[in-house]
Write a protein that binds this ligand. Structure first.
Ligand code: HXC
Length: 257
């Protein structure tokens, strides 16, 4: 598949999608959104790949939705042109998705990062929801995912008063997993992703699903969801292999089944 607004690359067991509209600070137009999700879905189905990375360039991960493309839109066009609902496709990706962020992650760019499972931030990363400065509010999950992740008051400040977070603040508030030097930030993310890719694939899949359940439900229902994912793992060859390898003091050899 050839894309015009994203680049794809496979390194080892990691599939990398690079947002590639540098002339527009990687703003998401409709084409780029569709290409991004198509590429992620293709990697999700590719059996040689165990973890995914989405990245941008050093200056910009993504500066949000393409303002020029949506400036004259009507509410009906916002609904029908696939600009907003399309974001839900990220929730269907089963493999872990890591955002490797350098420079600006604003508006929809920040919301995309919030939809990923883990975040590696370069020291220059800056996260914000500046929609208020152009007369709107986040529309791709920002108000909900930020509030769940970093709490209400700071979310209010970001959404209502355009407060941005530095990389170190993102780390402090739980939005980033690691902060790394700008130089080599993607390599650091690939090393991080390779470590995840070396884990038992079915367990990773079940773990991702169970953690996500925590944001959807009560504790009682969440604990049930966890058990629904825990018990079936005892029917996998990898569970037998993992526990036997521990007993035999050797490294497990995962089969993904
Ligand atoms: C369209 C954009 C853009 C955007 C930047 N550009 N962001 N085009 N949509 N979101 C374009 C600029 O117009 C400019 O094009 C080129 O990229 C370089 O940007 P500059 O502004 O000249 O760069 P700089 O001064 O370094 O400032 C970088 C920036 C700034 C801080 C990222 O561009 C900025 O504030 N961008 C807008 C951020 C924003 O408001 N995002 C929220 C969007 S709404 P030209 O042609 O002039 O060279 C949103 C809602 C999502 O995301 C809801 C779900 C659908």
């Amino acid at each position: 598949m050839t894309y015009t607004t994203v680049l794809t690359e496979i390194r080892g067991h990691v599939g990398i999608v690079t947002l590639n509209r540098p002339q527009a600070m990687n703003a998401f137009n409709i084409l780029m959104l569709n290409e991004l999700f198509d590429a992620l879905e293709a990697f999700d189905k590719n059996e040689t790949i165990s973890a995914l990375i989405v990245t941008g360039n050093e200056k910009a991960f993504a500066a949000g939705a393409d303002i020029k493309e949506m400036a004259d839109a009507t509410p009906v066009q916002m609904i029908t042109e696939g600009r907003v609902e399309v974001w839900d496709r990220i929730r269907q990706i089963k493999k872990p998705v890591i955002a490797a962020v350098s420079g600006w992650a604003l508006g929809g760019g920040c919301e995309f990062v919030l939809s990923c499972d883990m975040v590696i931030a370069s020291e220059s990363a800056k996260f914000g929801q500046p929609e208020i400065t152009i007369g709107v509010i986040p529309g791709a999950g920002g108000t909900q995912r930020l509030a769940r992740l970093i709490g209400k008051n700071l979310t209010m400040e970001m959404v209502i008063n355009n407060r941005t977070l530095s990389a170190n603040e993102a780390l402090q508030f739980g939005l980033a997993n690691r902060v790394v030097p700008v130089e080599g930030y993607l390599d650091a993310a690939v090393a991080f992703a390779e470590e995840i890719a070396s884990r038992a694939p079915m367990a990773v899949r079940m773990a991702k699903d169970a953690v996500n359940a925590a944001f959807e439900t009560t504790l009682t229902e969440g604990l049930k969801a966890e058990k629904r994912n825990f018990y079936p793992l005892f029917s996998t060859e990898d569970q037998k292999e993992g526990m036997q390898a521990f007993i035999e003091k050797r490294k497990p050899n995962w089969k993904g089944k």
